[in-house]
Design a protein around this ligand. Sequence first.
Ligand SMILES: Nc1nc2c(ncn2[C@@H]2O[C@H](COP(=O)(O)OP(=O)(O)OP(=O)(O)O)[C@@H](O)[C@H]2O)c(=O)[nH]1
Ligand SMILES: [Mg+2]
Length: 204
Amino acid sequence: MARREAKVAQAAEINCQFETSAARYTDCPEPGGPEVAFVGRSNAGKSSTLNRIARARVARVSKTPGRTQLINFFAVPGGGRLVDLPGYGYARTAKSKRASWGSAIDAYLNGREVLTLAVIVMDMRHPLMPHDEAMIDWCTASGTAALVILNKADKLKQGERAKTLRAVSTALEERATVLPFSAQTGFGSNRVLEVIRTALATEV
Ligand SMILES: Nc1nc2c(ncn2[C@@H]2O[C@H](COP(=O)(O)OP(=O)(O)OP(=O)(O)O)[C@@H](O)[C@H]2O)c(=O)[nH]1
Ligand SMILES: [Mg+2]
C-alpha cells in the first residue's frame, strides 16, 4: 500500500516556461541552477521531446529539419533549466550560419559548468549516427552524464524496438543511460522524467 502511494506522488510532467533565446554563447543567461540540454541530429525530435516532458507546447516543432536555430532556455520553477539546442548534421543551411550554430553548441557544451545532463535524442530508426557517437565521446571525455533517448519508438514494431534498444545499450555499455521513447505517444515518459528530475536536483 505504502509503495503504491509513493509511486503516484510524481507529476507526469516537468513544469517549465520559456525564458530566453541565445544566438551566440555570449547571449546565454547567467548560469543559475543545473541545466539539462537536449542535443541530437536535426529532426530527431528534441523540441517534441521537450514539449512532451513539459506537457505543453513550449518549444517549436517542425517537419523541416533545422527548425531550432537558437539556444532556447526554459526555466523550471523549482530551480534549473531545460535547454533546447539546434540540431546537428543538417547541411541545407548557408555555410556561415551552420558554422555559427556549430560553435554556439560547442561553446555551450564546453563553457557551461552548470550542465548536469546531456539528453541525446536519436530517431530510433537511425541510432548512433557519427555526430551522435561524437557527442557521446564528448560526454565521456568531459565526465558529463548522458541520457540517450531513442525517440519515435511508435514507428517501430515491438520486436524491432527491443532489438534496437539491446544493440544501442550494448554498444554504449555504461557510458550512457539508454531509454526508448515516443514524444508523440508518451511511451517511456516516466523513466525519462525520472532521469531528468534527478539531474535537476543536482547541486551545482
Ligand atoms: N512519429 C513520431 N514523430 C515524431 C516524434 N517526435 C518528433 N516527431 C516528428 O519529427 C519532426 C521533427 O521534430 P522536432 O521536435 O521539431 O525535431 P528537432 O530535433 O527539434 O529538430 P530541429 O529543431 O530541426 O533540430 C516533427 O515532424 C515531429 O512531429 C515521435 O516520437 N514520433
Ligand atoms: Mg528543435
